[in-house]
Design a binder for this molecule. Structure first.
Ligand SMILES: C[S@@+](CC[C@H](N)C(=O)[O-])C[C@H]1O[C@@H](n2cnc3c(N)ncnc32)[C@H](O)[C@@H]1O
Length: 376
């Protein structure tokens, strides 16, 4: 069947997500805040769930209409033919959100939508009661400036749940954001890569998967796989295709951290992700770290120092980072930081910076590009 699909993402990385979709061959993309819309069928749902690195979820859009009253919300929802997607036994789980809209009570909107979905199902199946014992269909009512959008989730657990990170450090980066940092840097495995504050290894694991063309979600399940109407051979076919595209990697990836426990979790995560042989994890305090390679890309998420008294230490780390860059002008550096006055401590303005949210924390990705050494 042909659908209107929505890939959702964190604010600030819509462009990266739309580039990923273009690389997968999708055209006519509608890029909006936190999402990209496009057309696709069941094969595309499987491809996007398995291959997209920066998307949070893949949704099927069933309807969009103006709703200023509960009656308009009810009628607009009831007009959608849910029975085309949801079988007679389907479990209709409704969730909601409302932003800058007259209908602001989310629980009320959810119960109106549930009633309307059941009314629509009654028309299709000609019955009054639904046992809802079968596969789950998570229906979302999202109100934004009085426009209601009704979607059904195809992913299940969020797409950042790759399945490799059972263990994490104190402040792990979400896998989707780590992948976004790597894609922004343009890292493709042709240069050595270092994360001097690697924690549980998320940036390096995502980078190794990108360089080796390992699909991020080939080894997990998706809720749409359990739908009776979803052709059974599609997900296995897309998984097989993804596994056949894996490449090898010949450049080094190295992660350092001064916490031995967190390094052991990084190793376990890399093992689970199938990239253990591509990454060296080493114990080192950043203040003692000396670089031996040339043309290195650094992508890192140093500590932010939320606790009192830590800020001075953090500043010293940033200063050293700036001194390192001055010595190694051939390095490309991408530093995600929430520290106020980062560039001042680093000692120079970044070539480019980009606002990104790390969960709820406002951060900036400071980008310092490699510069050719001036001729003497
Ligand atoms: C924000 S966390 C990085 C999280 C990582 N991106 C992940 O996904 O797990 C910062 C890391 O820096 C490490 N760290 C703090 N001070 C350090 C220092 N002086 N030298 C090396 N590592 C340090 C911490 O142990 C922590 O794992």
């Amino acid at each position: 069947m042909d659908y209107r699909l929505i890939a959702t993402c964190a604010f600030g990385i819509e462009k990266i997500l739309s580039n990923e979709l273009k690389e997968l061959g999708y055209e006519d993309l509608k890029v909006e805040n936190g999402k990209v819309e496009f057309d696709g069928d069941e094969m595309d749902i499987a491809i996007c769930n398995i291959h997209l690195r920066t998307a949070e979820r893949v949704l099927i859009k069933l309807g969009e209409f103006k709703a200023l009253s509960f009656e308009e919300l009810f009628q607009g929802t009831k007009a959608i033919n849910f029975g085309e997607l949801i079988p007679i036994s389907g479990k209709m789980h409704v969730v909601g959100k409302s932003v800058k809209s007259q209908l602001h009570s989310v629980p009320d909107c959810q119960s109106i939508v549930k009633k309307a979905v059941v009314e629509s199902m009654k028309k299709t199946y000609d019955r009054e009661i639904f046992a809802e014992t079968g596969a789950v269909y998570k229906i979302e009512i999202a109100l934004l400036k009085d426009i209601a959008t009704i979607t059904v989730d195809t992913s299940g657990a969020g797409l950042h749940r790759r399945g490799y990170r059972e263990h994490s450090g104190a402040a792990p980066l979400k896998e989707t954001l780590a992948a976004a940092l790597v894609l922004i840097s343009g890292y493709d495995g042709s240069r050595p890569l270092i994360d001097p504050f690697c924690g549980s290894g998320t940036i390096l694991i995502e980078a190794a998967m990108i360089a080796r063309n390992i699909a991020p979600n080939a080894d997990r399940e998706f809720v749409s796989e359990s739908w009776p109407s979803f052709p059974k051979d599609i997900y296995p076919q897309v998984r097989d295709g993804a596994r056949n595209q894996v490449k090898s990697l010949n450049t080094s990836i190295t992660g350092y951290d001064n916490d031995t426990y967190v390094l052991s979790t990084a190793k376990m995560n890399a093992k689970k992700a199938g990239v253990f042989n591509n990454i060296f994890f080493k114990h080192s305090d950043f203040m003692d770290l000396k670089y031996t390679e040339k043309n290195v890309t650094i992508i890192t998420n140093p500590p932010y120092g939320e606790r009192l008294g830590e800020l001075e230490t953090i500043r010293m780390l940033m200063e050293k980072m700036g001194r390192d860059k001055a010595v190694h002008e051939d390095f490309d550096m991408y530093v995600l930081s929430a520290v106020e006055g980062f560039e001042k401590a680093f000692g120079r303005k970044s070539h480019k910076n980009r606002k990104l949210y790390n969960g709820r924390i406002l951060t900036y990705l400071y980008q310092y590009f490699a510069e050719k050494k001036k001729e003497d």
